[in-house]
Design a protein around this ligand. Structure first.
Ligand SMILES: C[S@@+](CC[C@H](N)C(=O)[O-])C[C@H]1O[C@@H](n2cnc3c(N)ncnc32)[C@H](O)[C@@H]1O
Length: 439
């Protein structure tokens, strides 16, 4: 049994969730870990450094380009803890996978404001930030997911999807047949995921399962957010694509095995894993979430806020990689086109930070606004030039025009998905810069 109030516990210590005493600092971590506690025993994947946060952060719910989950363990978590005092608000201006928002709120107990251009990122953040009480995942497993299973069974599409499921990979036409079947439901408003992405990113059965989850989402806002976030995670984990949803695997000689493997993942199982990790988390002080532009939000911050700035570094829009998750979060989507099944440009959020000709001006303006508001800033960016034309060094020089700058660096790897002509590898070892900016 861990001592009451102890925080420096190790993953290898096999404490069961119920062993953690109420009021102890590791209570939340243990609950967040759930089954992950034993999974990370002996191998924390981080060279066994042993920090007090590694178990809750070990849990990777979605693969997200630029996620700071591992950097939090590698120095960033300490910096955010040191730079934000109790009572101060942490503003996660580019919240993405919500790793930093969850960390600051659930681990450090800070009030958090989370913002992103993409709605799914904000849903992920809100699923935890909006709740000051843990929820029991079993309630949703027996309620929401059971109801979704029943909805799926009763839907007219069920019999065909089930039949195709049994034939998956058995003959050369299985993939085409799956696409045709899902297309045949394109007039059915209830089958949003199936008609847009079925036969491409998802098998007909997976797509129908995701539609079922969306069809029976609970109405109460807290419950709805937890379930919707779990459906987003399920979509991300099942998608037949390499870590994002820019393009699905095709049924070619080489890629068929990846497609088959992805299509065999159980969407309900994935949603259950997500529920068990998200529902028990809660925060001391309820936070706020905004779908919007970081530069606009920056103009409304308080002098006591600590802004966390983690802008895009790629010249490719995030909405190109995450449009499927965005559709799940929004619950609507117009026509989709092309191999990537993209919605029209007007439907996809566009960031100035991912345009080579505009990214520098966007960052300059953001820093200027934050300095005018008198905020402290913690900023991360890869060193060296990135495909959006910005480098950590340039940001540091620019920041000096407005702030006193303190620099820390950490080893990290970042994704170059869709990168540039000079950087081709999917993940690249890089040194990530952490700047602390004070007025
Ligand atoms: C590098 S990622 C952030 C990763 C995040 N810190 C994490 O740990 O997952 C950049 C994020 O900025 C968002 N974004 C891009 N332009 C934005 C803008 N102008 N305002 C707010 N968010 C923006 C993208 O949608 C993406 O989620």
């Amino acid at each position: 049994m861990p001592p009451r109030g102890a925080r420096n516990w190790r993953c290898g210590d096999r404490w069961r969730v119920g062993d953690v005493t109420p009021g102890s600092g590791c209570n939340l971590v243990a609950r967040a870990c759930g089954e992950a506690i034993s999974a990370c025993e002996g191998d924390d994947g981080l060279g066994g450094r042993g920090t007090r946060w590694e178990c809750s952060l070990e849990v990777e719910l979605i693969k997200f380009m630029g996620s700071k989950r591992s950097l939090l363990l590698n120095g960033l978590g300490d910096v955010i803890e040191e730079e934000s005092r109790a009572g101060e608000r942490v503003v996660d201006l580019f919240c993405g996978s919500a790793a930093v928002s969850w960390f600051a709120a659930a681990e450090l107990g800070r009030e958090v404001l989370a913002c992103d251009l993409q709605q799914f990122a904000v849903v992920l953040a809100r699923a935890v930030l909006a709740r000051n009480r843990p929820l029991e995942s079993l309630i949703f497993e027996r309620g929401w997911l059971e109801e979704a299973r029943a909805w799926r069974r009763e839907h007219a599409a069920w019999a065909d999807a089930a039949q195709l499921e049994r034939r998956r990979g058995k003959d050369s036409a299985w993939h085409r047949r799956a696409q045709r079947l899902c297309q045949s439901w394109k007039e059915d408003d209830e089958l949003l995921v199936t008609s847009r992405y079925g036969g491409h990113y998802f098998s007909p059965m997976q797509a129908l399962s995701l539609d079922a989850m969306l069809a029976v989402l609970p109405e109460a806002p807290e419950a709805r957010d937890v379930c919707l976030a779990s459906a987003i995670v399920a979509a991300s984990r099942c998608a037949a694509a390499p870590g994002h949803t820019a393009q699905p695997f095709k049924a070619t000689e080489t890629a068929s095995k990846y497609l088959l493997e992805a299509w065999s993942r159980d969407a309900f199982q994935a949603a259950t894993v997500a529920l068990r990790r998200i529902a028990p988390l809660s925060v001391k002080r309820r936070g706020t979430t905004v779908v919007g532009d970081a530069n606009e939000i920056a103009g409304c911050l308080r002098a006591t806020d600590v802004a966390f700035v983690d802008p895009p570094y790629s010249a490719v829009q995030y909405s190109r990689f995450y449009h499927v998750l965005e559709t799940v979060a929004r619950g609507w989507c117009g026509e989709v086109r092309g191999t990537g099944r993209y919605p029209s440009r007007e439907e996809r959020p566009r960031s100035l930070y991912s345009q080579r000709t505009k990214s520098r001006a966007a960052i300059s303006e953001l820093l200027m606004r934050l300095s005018q508001r008198g905020c402290k800033v913690v900023l991360t960016f890869p060193l060296g030039e990135c495909s959006n034309g910005v480098s950590g060094e340039w940001i540091e020089d620019t920041a000096r025009e407005f702030f006193h700058v303190l620099r820390r660096t950490a080893k990290s790897s970042f994704s170059t998905l869709g990168g540039n002509a000079t950087i081709r590898a999917a993940r690249k070892e890089a040194r990530e810069m952490i700047l602390v900016l004070r007025a």
